[in-house]
Design a protein around this ligand. Structure first.
Ligand SMILES: [Ca+2]
Length: 244
């Protein structure tokens, strides 16, 4: 009987939360427990306790797509949601001369990554209404097959000189999406620079957004390459309320 109940328990764990009521007549305690544990599994993370925004907004890409986000690409390539670091998310959009191999999604099942066959600029972004003081955090990684990073003051893959960069900015939502003008870029949270190593393992960064409390800002992840693939990734973006 114990093993039977355990079987029901583990079956329930693998089912969507909403079907567990079927089992109530047989093992109510275990099934209710399974429902609670199942609902709290890593594939279904709870919303942030303070903001309630995380799951609703797909900040960690666990819907398996870009729900809540927007992307824009020029030239070749794009941002993709992926779940296997050794398998290109779109086989038609990857350079076979530089096989796709990136870290596994740093959090949960899915993350976002750029992939490409030729020069391009890929931007992933979303607007955030900061109705209070928040701390932003996210995880980034990259892998370049051309280790000489170069960051001219534009995101143009047609720039005549090498343009190989990955950067994360807070920008004015009214600005041109690819602007690097000082009046448009409110803050640069991360950027590659000349001399950086060609590979960055997943690293979590945080940044205080309190200065923009009460405003709407645009979070922009931008990656450009015109001298070989630079695959850049992001996951687990969080907004957490700070202070009282
Ligand atoms: Ca994730």
């Amino acid at each position: 009987m114990v093993s039977g109940n355990l079987s029901i328990f583990f079956q329930a764990l693998q089912r969507p939360c909403w079907v567990d009521v079927r089992w109530l007549g047989r093992a109510p305690v275990l099934v209710l427990l399974a429902a609670v544990v199942g609902c709290a599994s890593p594939q279904s993370p709870p919303p942030d306790e303070k903001t309630g925004k995380r799951e609703l907004g797909n900040w960690n890409f666990e819907t398996g797509d870009f729900t809540g986000w927007r992307t824009r690409s020029t030239g070749n390539g794009a941002w993709h949601v992926y779940e296997d670091g050794a398998r290109p998310p779109d086989p038609t959009d990857t350079d076979p001369n530089y096989p796709f191999k990136v870290p596994e999604p740093p959090e949960g099942r899915f993350a976002a990554v750029t992939d490409m066959r030729a020069p391009g600029t890929r931007i992933l972004y979303r607007d955030v209404e900061l109705d209070g003081r928040f701390k932003l955090s996210f995880t980034v990684f990259y892998e370049s097959h051309e280790v000489r990073f170069s960051s001219p003051a534009n995101l143009d893959q047609n720039h005549p000189e090498p343009n190989l960069q990955f950067r994360v900015d807070l920008i004015d939502p009214a600005a041109r999406l690819d602007s690097l003008a000082a009046k448009d870029v409110l803050a640069t949270i991360f950027r590659t620079a000349r001399g950086d190593p060609g590979k960055l393992e997943p690293r979590t960064l945080s940044f205080d957004l309190s200065r923009w409390a009460g405003q709407k800002v645009r979070l922009r992840f931008a990656q450009v390459d015109n001298r070989g693939p630079l695959r850049a990734g992001v996951d687990d973006v969080r907004l957490e309320a700070v202070g009282g």
